[in-house]
Design a protein around this ligand. Structure first.
Ligand code: NAD
Length: 499
């Protein structure tokens, strides 16, 4: 087979071909064909990238804040100018439609915009005269070499969640993107270099578990940010912390949308369609379960079902398409198996996406499915499906709905649909989930807040990006200082008191 597109690493400011001889196939999911081969790094290649980042660190951390901010502004302008190109690169290997990928790029770009304010964000504190002639100030300093390990479903946005703040804080970075859609990372690397980030400060290493383990065990990596499935997130957190690293590991999700009897049902149905089937359900903030108050459940299910045929499924570059294919044929088969299993478990398959008509014949397409009368204990409820499958669980009302959300092992996102302000306020108080929407189905926080779930959706105590991201990528230092004043200098062996 002739290799049409070999996807390698980015180290020390340039493309570097892999040497391991191990590769993985990258697909065009909309056509179902191999579009490239990505190199899978050896431990030595990871070590080389880390050594490069380590060598670049002293000069980068000493680069004046004004210059780092200027580079962030330039990066923002360059990414903004190339939005469409990045979105098309996302679509080519992920399969999501270009309009959806444009949204991903915009939400990633927000984080670069936030990082443009780095001089303000890194301001410390100062206390004058804490004792006679003594002042104290606090500062936050970069960690050194930090690594990011990212999932397939947001190949542009999730790396930008990490790299913008990490670089602005003065760290150097090694990114290990998903091997399923690795090319976007190289496009980002080219743009980052063109924006003026010096060689070695930002590096990309392609790979699988071999590269990930080399990162987790590497002595010179100070921190690891991870986004991916829960079992891998748990492993990353446990292994990284065992190797003395600071780790934030964001995992999978099962996001519930509770619809109370007083909700605007058309608004709720539109939201369920958008949040359930957008990006073919391959979003960690996708709604996968609708908890419908019994009084309106029949009506709500009917409204969702009647909207499904209007979803236009097609290849990413088709401007009319709203939903693309799944990432691989194996994943499509797995998602479809949950629809089959739901019927066997006694749930009611209201719309069967396996039987959708008019789907493109090539590629990993699957229509949208709607399953009613789902209960906990059924696989379609218990597992993260990560596909265009929406389950409806009927609940008596608010109390049963919240109880079910809180009993779920995941706690990434949730939403309440209601007209009752009191119920909405109480929901924010009661619910054990990290990101909450009130009549907003996908409550991904803006970049000046921070993103993160609870329970099995996040390992570690720091959420990603925003203020918590700045905290994660820096460590605090407090300086207590006295300048010599010969007139007042005395010997005092007592413990210093603030007098
Ligand atoms: P994944 O866990 O399979 O892969 C994520 C990363 O981990 C990739 O870079 C991959 O190469 C690496 N990896 C995979 N298996 C590994 C192993 N055994 N050892 C070491 N490294 C390994 O996840 P995915 O399929 O790429 O992404 C989808 C998942 O990510 C879903 O579960 C989704 O909910 C989750 N996700 C979560 C968030 C969030 O913010 N919480 C955001 C996006 C995606």
């Amino acid at each position: 087979m002739s290799i049409m597109n070999r996807i390698g690493h980015w180290i020390d400011g340039r493309h570097v071909a892999g040497t391991s001889g191990r590769t993985a196939s990258v697909y065009d999911p909309a056509r179902g064909v191999v579009s490239g081969e990505v190199d899978l790094a050896t431990i030595e290649e990871v070590n080389h990238a880390v050594a490069t980042a380590q060598a670049a660190f002293p000069a980068w951390r000493a680069t004046p804040l004004a210059r780092r901010a200027e580079i962030m502004f330039t990066l923002r302008e360059m990414l903004n100018a190339r939005r469409l190109e990045i979105a098309e690169a996302v679509s080519a290997e992920h399969g999501k439609v270009v309009s959806d990928a444009m949204g991903e790029v915009a939400r990633g770009l927000e984080n670069v915009e936030f990082a443009c304010g780095i001089p303000q964000l890194l301001k410390g504190g100062f206390s004058e005269q804490v004792a006679s002639g003594v002042d104290v100030w606090s500062i936050r300093q970069p960690l050194g070499v930090v690594a990011g390990i990212t999932p397939f479903n947001f190949p542009a946005m999730v790396p930008m969640w990490m790299l913008a703040n990490a670089l602005a804080c003065g760290n150097t970075f090694v990114l290990k993107p998903s091997e399923k859609d690795p090319s976007v990372s190289l496009l980002l690397a080219e743009i980052i270099a063109a924006a003026g980030v010096p060689a070695g400060v930002f590096n990309v290493i392609q790979g699988d578990a071999v590269a990930v383990n080399a990162i987790l065990e590497h002595r010179d990596i100070a921190a690891v940010s991870f986004v991916g499935s829960t079992p891998v997130a748990k492993y990353i957190y446990e292994t990284g912390t065992r190797h003395n690293k600071r780790v934030q590991a964001l995992g999978g999700a099962k996001n519930h949308m509770l619809v109370l009897a007083d909700a605007d049902l058309d608004m709720a149905a539109d939201a369920a369609i958008s949040a359930g089937y957008g990006s073919a359900g391959e979003r960690c903030m996708a709604i996968s379960v609708v908890l419908a108050a019994e009084a309106i459940a029949d009506d709500l299910v009917a409204r969702i079902a009647e909207r499904i045929p209007s979803i236009t499924i097609g290849i990413g570059s088709d401007p009319a398409a709203q939903m693309g294919p799944l990432i691989t044929s194996e994943h499509r088969a797995r998602v479809a198996s949950y629809v089959a299993g739901a019927a066997e478990d006694g749930a009611e398959v209201v719309v069967d996406g396996r039987a959708s008509h008019g789907l493109p014949t090539e590629g990993f397409f699957l229509g949208a499915s709607l399953i009613d009368k789902v209960r906990p204990g059924m696989a379609c409820y218990d597992d993260e499906i990560f596909g265009p499958v929406l389950s409806v669980v009927r609940v008596a009302g608010y109390a049963e709905g919240v109880e079910m959300i809180n009993a779920n092992p995941y706690g990434n996102g949730t939403a309440l649909f209601t007209r009752d302000g009191g119920a909405a306020r109480q929901f924010g108080f009661d619910v054990e989930v990290g990101m909450v929407g009130i009549n907003v189905p996908i409550p991904v926080p803006v970049s000046y807040y921070s993103f993160g779930g609870w329970k099995a959706s996040l390992f570690g105590d720091t959420h990603m990006y925003g203020p918590e991201g700045i905290n994660f990528y820096t460590r605090g230092k407090v300086v207590t200082s006295r300048w010599p004043d010969p007139a007042q200098s005395v010997i005092d062996l007592g413990f210093p008191q603030n007098r």
